[in-house]
Design a protein. Structure first.
Length: 274
């Protein structure tokens, strides 16, 4: 049993999960896998998947008519739907309720206005589905040390957690790590497409791209070296890698594209709060 398993079991009271889609469902799976009793969990999800519905047979309370107030509410609904969902969420929140939001763009102030409670704003990413996510969180001043520990345990069930004190950083966090997996998947997609253009059979190009991206990511994870050093280690002067990097690192290459992409995602995250 891991230290976080013990921490989850030490959380008191009921935990409500509003929104059990891919990210909310991944968090719920992580909680249950680490020993949280299903009977402790209330799930609010108007269109539950077959997997979530099956969990009701194991003891979770799915869409109860009156759940009452809960000690902890995790909000995983789409940010565009949040304000409309407020009438359902508000009755779950008492003065001492911890509210953990994983919605992109929604500020602590906006969440407090709709739900009340002591708010932690967090941004996970989709590798949470396999326990390899990274989440960044920031707590309102009203969040107690014990509530912050509860939030940390719930978020850590799907990967690592970093805390920041400045909420304004969360839009950039969303752009880098929240949306980041899509950039990596696009890299694999386009690497395969370029391989096909170079003459490789589609199946082989796809497998080469997939395994190269996955293996390189694992190497980066396990290594103490920086990404720049690992890149340099692959690159022989005047070799094939150098020829490709001359294109990728040239004027209007990947660096400038990524700066523009992150800026666009950051701006959109700020817009979502309006």
């Amino acid at each position: 049993m891991t230290a976080n398993s013990n921490a989850l079991q030490n959380i008191t009271g009921a935990i409500a999960l509003a929104g059990a889609g891919k990210m909310g469902g991944a968090m719920l799976t992580g909680w249950l896998a680490q020993g949280l009793a299903p009977s402790r969990v209330v799930v609010i999800e108007p269109a539950p998947s077959a997997e979530i519905t099956a969990l009701a047979a194991k003891g979770i309370r799915l869409n109860p008519k009156d759940a009452g107030t809960v000690e902890t509410l995790v909000v995983a609904v789409k940010p565009q739907s949040f304000r409309d969902a407020g009438t359902v969420l508000k009755p779950l929140v008492g003065n001492a309720t911890l509210v953990v939001s994983i919605m992109a763009g929604m500020t602590i102030a906006a969440i407090s206005q709709v739900c009340g409670g002591a708010v932690v704003r967090a941004m996970p990413n989709t590798p949470a589905a396999i326990g390899r996510g990274i989440t960044v969180a920031v707590a309102a001043k009203s969040v107690s040390r014990a509530q912050r520990a509860t939030a940390d345990s719930l978020l850590r069930a799907t990967g690592s957690v970093e805390w920041v004190d400045d909420e304004t950083l969360m839009d950039a966090v969303t752009a880098v790590s929240g949306s980041g997996p899509a950039y990596i998947f696009l890299l694999a997609e386009e690497l395969a497409r370029a391989g096909i253009e170079a003459g490789l059979p589609a199946e082989l190009a796809t497998k080469l791209a997939r395994e190269t991206v996955a293996g390189s990511g694992e190497l980066l994870c396990r290594s103490d070296l920086t990404a720049a050093t690992l890149r340099q280690n692959v690159t022989s002067p005047g070799g094939t890698t150098a020829a490709a990097l001359n294109v990728l690192m040239g004027k209007d290459g990947l660096q400038q594209l990524m700066i523009r992409a992150i800026a666009a995602a950051t701006a959109r995250s700020k817009e979502l709060a309006k």
